[in-house]
Design a protein around this ligand. Structure first.
Ligand code: ADP
Length: 308
C-alpha cells in the first residue's frame, strides 16, 4: 500500500467529571487525511484545506506526532500528509487531536500496523504537547481507540478502553467564540477541597460503572463536574441556559467539551439527541453568536481507513 485515506474523528475530552482523564469518540464529526509513502526521508505536510494552519512539520501537530513515531521505526523513506480539516481549531472537540491521531494511524496502516493503537496514543500525545503545552491523552486516546477511554495514569501511561453502551449519543454545540486553551487552563485553581475531590472521584467511578453496567441512569447521575465547570463555564455564553434546556429535553447530562467553548450533552437514543439539538438551536438562534450543532453516535472504533 502506497497511500491511505483516514477519517480522523472529533472527540469530547473530560466528559464532565473526568478532567484530563476521560474522553469519548465522535462519529459524524471529523477530518480526513491522506498519508503517502515517499522515497524521501522525513515528514512533510503537503496540503491543508479547510483551515489556516502551519504547513511546517514541526509547527503542525500531525507533523510532530509523525516525527515522534518515525524515531521508533526503521524505515528508509518518509511520508507526505494532506490534511482536510472539518473540525474547527480551538472548538474544544479535539481538532488538534484528530490530526495527531490521524497521522500516526495512517503511517501505521501503511507500514502494516506494527504498533497497537495504545502505543500510537504515545506518539499522538507529542503532537498534543505542541497544541496545548502538555502531552495530554484525553482526546487522542478516544480518537485512536474509539468509544470512551480513561487515562488511569500518565506516568507510566495507562489508557483503558471502556465499553460503550450502544444507544449513547452526543449532541455538541460549538458557539463560535474564541476561548484559548491556554486561557481556559490559566483560570483554573490548582488546589481543590477534599469535599469536592470526593464528589468528583465518586462521579468518575459512577460514570465508568454506568458504562460497564449499561446503566443510563447511573451515567446521568455521574455527569457532574464540581471542580472545573463552575470556573470555566463563565467563559461560555448561555452555558447555564443550555444545561437546563438539554436536561428538560431528556438529555442524561451535559458539560463543557474539552476546554470549550463547545458544550456537549449525552442522550440515550437518536431521537432524544435530536430533541436536545432542537432545544440548543432555540437558545442560540436569536443570539449574535454563530454556532454549529453536531449529533453523533459514540464511535466505537476511532480512526478508520476510508476508500481512496
Ligand atoms: P481543540 O481543543 O479544538 O483541539 P486546541 O486548542 O487543542 O483545540 O488545538 C488547536 C491549536 O493547535 C491551534 O493553536 C492550532 O493552530 C494548533 N494546531 C497545529 N496543528 C494543527 C492541526 N493539524 N489541526 C488543528 N490544530 C492544529
Amino acid at each position: 500500500m502506497k497511500a491511505v485515506k483516514v477519517f480522523c474523528p472529533g472527540t469530547i475530552a473530560n466528559v464532565s467529571c473526568g478532567f484530563d482523564v476521560l474522553g469519548l469518540c465522535l462519529d459524524s464529526v471529523g477530518d480526513e487525511m491522506i498519508v503517502r509513502k515517499s522515497d524521501v526521508p522525513g515528514i512533510r505536510i503537503t496540503k491543508i484545506e479547510g483551515a489556516d494552519l502551519p504547513l511546517e512539520t514541526k509547527k503542525n501537530v500531525a507533523g510532530v506526532a509523525a516525527l515522534a513515531m518515525l524515531k521508533e521505526i526503521t524505515f528508509e523513506g518518509g511520508f507526505d500528509i494532506e490534511i482536510y480539516k472539518k473540525i474547527k481549531a480551538g472548538s474544544g472537540i479535539g481538532s488538534s487531536a484528530a490530526s495527531a491521531a490521524g497521522a500516526v494511524y495512517g503511517i501505521n496502516a501503511l507500514l502494516g500496523n506494527p504498533f497497537t493503537n495504545a502505543k500510537l496514543v504515545e506518539f499522538a500525545m507529542q503532537g498534543e504537547a505542541l497544541a496545548s503545552g502538555a502531552p495530554h491523552a484525553d482526546n487522542v486516546a478516544p480518537a485512536l481507540m474509539g468509544g470512551c477511554t480513561l487515562v488511569r495514569s500518565y506516568t507510566p501511561l495507562d489508557v483503558i478502553a471502556l465499553p460503550t453502551p450502544s444507544e449513547l449519543y452526543a449532541t455538541v454545540v460549538h458557539p463560535q467564540i474564541e476561548v484559548k486553551t491556554a486561557d481556559s487552563r490559566a483560570i483554573l485553581k490548582h488546589n481543590v477541597t477534599l469535599k469536592k475531590a470526593i464528589q468528583q472521584w465518586g462521579n468518575v467511578g459512577g460514570f465508568v460503572s454506568g458504562l460497564f453496567l449499561n446503566d443510563y441512569d447511573l451515567i446521568s447521575r455521574s455527569l457532574e463536574d464540581v471542580i472545573v465547570e463552575p470556573i470555566r463555564s463563565v467563559l461560555i455564553p448561555y452555558f447555564k441556559t443550555v444545561k437546563v434546556a438539554t436536561k428538560n429535553a431528556g438529555a442524561l447530562g451535559s458539560g463543557i467539551s474539552g476546554s470549550g467553548p463547545s458544550i456537549f450533552a449525552l442522550s440515550k437514543g437518536a431521537d432524544t439527541a435530536h430533541k436536545v439539538a432542537d432545544a440548543i438551536h432555540d437558545i442560540y438562534k436569536n443570539s449574535e453568536i454563530k454556532f454549529d450543532i453536531h449529533i453523533s453516535k459514540v464511535n466505537p472504533k476511532g480512526c478508520k481507513v476510508l476508500p481512496l
